[in-house]
Design a protein around this ligand. Structure first.
Ligand code: GLN
Length: 484
């Protein structure tokens, strides 16, 4: 099991105490060993990993490279990777070999990272447990009977299990932060537009954002530095100057104002989760943070608004999978209509079909105003409330998820209870804000995540506060026992 941070591994690589090739071999061996129990990978890429590692070793031998040169990474199988299967967790794309590489992946490659494989995920990123995968459920390394969260569950699991020090994920309504919380690692959903969506299979384009998962805020900062930045290939990419998110990590957090929305700490919040978050807040207060009660009155509308907007966009995005151009095609179609219907019915799983039907319904002529338009108005309201609160405080804090990891099968057949896992995360995507989940403690041996939400493009501040907290507490250094 690999528990070193990116920074530690990078030091070893630079001192030549370890070669990138040895490191890649260790990760691949660990992946092979743990895969049968965890099912966190859809594809492993040992040959190209060793090739990339040897190339990184040459760069390191010349004394060149970045803090990420030679460091192994796993990519969520939603990112296109040229020449490698990109399945998106779906039967629809089971045989799909991407013809090009996603910008976020290409940038990490250019920074010298070594891709070990592609990670398991909920089909088309729809879900909160990584149970809705054509390749079977992924498991939580802290307790094999439980889910790792989702939809980037394979990525969170691979990092938590010590297979890789870093992974990528995507977050449309919480899919980086929620699995990071349930697996006891650090995950960042950047501001919408900071990380290019080019080559990321689209779920709900106005909400989707790629980002890093790793053990610590420091590691996440290095990954974000490499992944982010303007991309002319993504029309929603924001033209911001490139930044190094790691250089000022040690900045003092005294005086930082943290808002605590009353809606995140209501009566029905699990008392144990409340206890964990309150003691984390106490630690931040000790470090000089100023805690302030705030209010986000439309919070309760975020789930209904999200579950109209996201399926609406999904129904449009997923119309490209028609059995004609690429992806799964049914056998012996009778005619064109039969080809469309059966290819989509057989290629998509139950949850994806449910979303397509909801999305098509809310966009239909008779219901557009009643559902889609209203959801967009609520979205605006939610965004405006965040904006006004973020004028008074520097960041907002609360639990990432209302509970700890739940049992496999517990919610799989109850979509509404699955949707409620996202109660604290979806509003952030509706507003387009950056947010981070960090490990803040344990309940019965299962990790609990704390969420920090920042203002637009204030990732640096978020990471500074998270780093200060991690320096003080060390929850992020705990590791699961792993399979025997
Ligand atoms: N769990 C949410 C959903 O099912 C969010 C998924 C995501 O962020 N990709 O839509």
């Amino acid at each position: 099991m690999l528990t070193d941070s990116i920074a530690e591994l990078s030091r070893l690589l630079r001192r030549r105490a370890l070669s990138s090739e040895e490191l890649a071999r260790r990760c691949l061996a660990e992946a092979e060993r743990q895969q049968p129990a965890l099912n966190c990978f859809i594809t492993l890429t040992p040959e190209s990993a060793l090739r990339q590692a040897r190339a990184a070793d040459q760069v390191l031998a010349r004394g060149e490279g970045t803090p990420l040169t030679g460091i192994p990474v796993a990519h969520k199988d939603i990112f296109c990777t040229a020449g490698v299967r990109t399945s998106c967790g779906s039967r629809m794309l089971d045989g799909f070999i991407a013809p090009y590489t996603a910008t976020a992946v290409a940038r990490l490659h250019t920074a010298g990272m070594v891709m070990i494989g592609k990670t398991n995920m909920d089909e088309f990123a729809m879900g909160s447990s990584t149970e809705h995968s054509w390749y079977g459920p992924c498991r939580n390394p802290w307790d094999m009977q439980r889910v790792p969260g989702g939809s980037s569950g394979g990525s969170a699991c691979a990092v938590a299990a010590g297979i890789v020090p870093a992974a990528t994920g995507t977050d449309t309504g919480g899919s980086i932060r929620q699995p990071a919380a349930l697996c006891g690692i650090t995950g960042l959903k950047p501001t919408y537009g900071l990380v290019s969506r080019y080559g990321m299979v689209a779920f709900a384009s106005s909400l989707d954002q790629g980002g890093p998962l790793a053990r610590s805020a420091e590691d996440v900062a290095h990954l974000l530095t490499a992944m982010s930045g303007f991309d002319p290939l993504d029309s929603t990419s924001v033209d911001q100057p490139a930044r190094d998110y790691a250089v000022n990590l040690g900045t003092d957090i005294a005086g930082v104002r943290i808002g605590l929305p009353e809606q995140y700490f209501q009566q029905d919040l699990d008392p144990e989760i409340r206890g964990v978050i309150e003691s984390a807040l106490h630690e931040l207060e000790q470090a000089g943070a100023i805690l302030k009660p705030v209010s986000l009155p439309s919070s309760h509308l975020s789930i209904p608004a999200y579950y109209v907007v996201a399926p609406a966009e999904a129904s449009s995005n997923l119309s490209r999978f028609d059995g004609v151009r690429y992806g799964y095609r049914c056998r012996d179609p009778r005619d064109l209509t039969d080809l469309y219907c059966r290819s989509r019915a057989e290629g998509f799983g139950e949850e994806v079909r449910r979303r397509i039907m909801i999305g098509t319904y809310v966009l239909s002529a008779g219901y557009y105003d009643a559902y889609y338009l209203r959801a967009q108005k609520v979205r605006r309201l939610i965004r405006d409330e965040f904006r006004s609160v973020l004028r008074e405080v520097d960041l907002i804090c609360g639990p990432t998820v209302p509970g700890t990891a739940f049992a496999i099968g517990e919610r799989a057949h109850d979509p509404v209870s699955m949707y409620l896992c996202d109660i604290f995360t979806v509003s952030v995507n509706l507003a387009g804000l950056p947010a981070l989940s960090i490990p803040a403690g344990f309940i019965n041996g299962l990790p609990v995540g704390m969420q920090l939400i920042g203002n637009y493009f204030h990732e640096e501040r978020l990471l500074q506060v998270a780093h200060a907290y991690q320096e003080m507490t060390g929850w992020h250094r705990r590791t699961p026992g792993g399979p025997a």
